[in-house]
Write a protein that binds this ligand. Structure first.
Ligand SMILES: Cc1cc2nc3c(=O)[nH]c(=O)nc-3n(C[C@H](O)[C@H](O)[C@H](O)COP(=O)(O)O)c2cc1C
Length: 299
């Protein structure tokens, strides 16, 4: 059994909760938010309490929190209370240092476009400008501000409806869609850590939404009596759309390697060899053969 640390939230302070939440809930995408006050002074700041919450209407939500140290609010929130518009710009690796610079707590009235050296471009439907260097910029109207509390650390949900989108063509694939591999996105982790989405860190999992997986409860029970299969192996096997049929198995068992294993007299040894072979197929990405191997001892 793993040893577990359990915490009653009422017994720890806000800074500690903040650290725990922002380290555990990671990576978080970054909304690089451009806003404007009623005098027309522009502000640009990053927020990683951010995500997409709806496609119809298209809604992005981010949250400037009340400062824990003195319970003051951020200029971004002040601006949005005055002018309910924001451009949410995405952040990728080539601009990450300039984004970080823009998070400096400059005095009100300081335009972080000038401080960070990023380029403002006029928006089409809203007053705040967008960031030229960002891969994608979403012009938004803020429909709602939900204050989550009055004390330091309290979030303010800025429910932002996308009205116009700008995409830098260099991040498009051949079909005018965005290409994940090209985006070079960064995301915020706990403390001062960031992560970068490189080709090496990306992997795909076939979606089990349209095609129902059989579920791990349909797999042969003997696979749970060994630790050769990881949770991911078992998840992948349970994602198969159907069990192999008798005919599939008859055909498959003619393969010499499986035929040899099935001749082994000792049941435990036979199962162990089937497991080893199935694991090998899984490692090569051959789910079909892995499944047939595991069911070869009987359906
Ligand atoms: C990557 C990154 C993510 C951040 N996310 C948040 C956030 O989600 N909420 C928040 O209140 N502050 C966040 N901050 C800190 C703000 O950017 C910082 O307080 C900024 O100075 C606020 O600017 P403003 O007062 O001009 O709005 C983040 C900083 C960085 C570098």
């Amino acid at each position: 059994m793993n040893e577990i640390t359990s915490i009653d939230v009422s017994e720890i302070g806000t800074s500690e909760i903040y650290q725990l939440l922002t380290t555990a809930i990671a990576p978080r995408p970054i909304a690089f938010a451009s806003t404007i006050d009623k005098e027309g002074v522009v502000n640009l700041s990053p927020f990683s309490f951010f995500n997409v919450f709806s496609a119809n209407p298209p809604i992005l939500i981010f949250s400037p929190v009340r400062r824990v140290r003195d319970n003051t609010i951020k200029h971004t929130l002040e601006n949005i209370r005055e002018v309910k518009e924001v451009v949410i710009n995405t952040v990728n690796y080539p601009m990450v240092e300039q984004m970080s610079l823009a998070s400096t707590e400059y005095d009100k009235g300081v335009n972080e476009f000038s401080k960070s050296g990023l380029t403002p471009i006029d928006s089409i439907k809203v007053r705040p400008p967008r960031v030229k260097e960002s891969p994608v910029s979403f012009e938004c109207v803020v429909d709602n501000i939900v204050e989550l509390g009055n004390e330091g650390g309290a979030g303010n949900l800025l429910i932002s409806r996308v009205v116009y989108i700008h995409i830098d063509n260099k991040y498009l694939d051949g079909n005018k869609g965005l290409e994940t591999k090209k985006l070079d996105h960064v995301a915020r982790m706990g403390a001062n850590w960031y992560t970068r989405v490189t080709e090496q860190s990306l992997f795909e999992i076939p979606k089990p939404i349209r095609n129902k997986g059989i579920g791990v409860d349909q797999l042969p029970k003997h696979i749970f009596k060994t630790d050769i299969f990881s949770g991911n192996d078992i998840g992948r096997l349970g994602n198969a759309e159907k069990k192999p049929s008798e005919e599939d198995l008859d055909e498959f068992q003619k393969k010499s390697s499986i035929a040899q294993i099935l001749k082994i007299r000792g049941k435990d040894e036979k199962i162990a060899q089937l497991h080893k072979t199935a694991k090998g197929y899984l490692q090569k990405g051959n789910l079909d053969f892995a499944l047939k191997t595991l069911f070869s001892d009987g359906l």
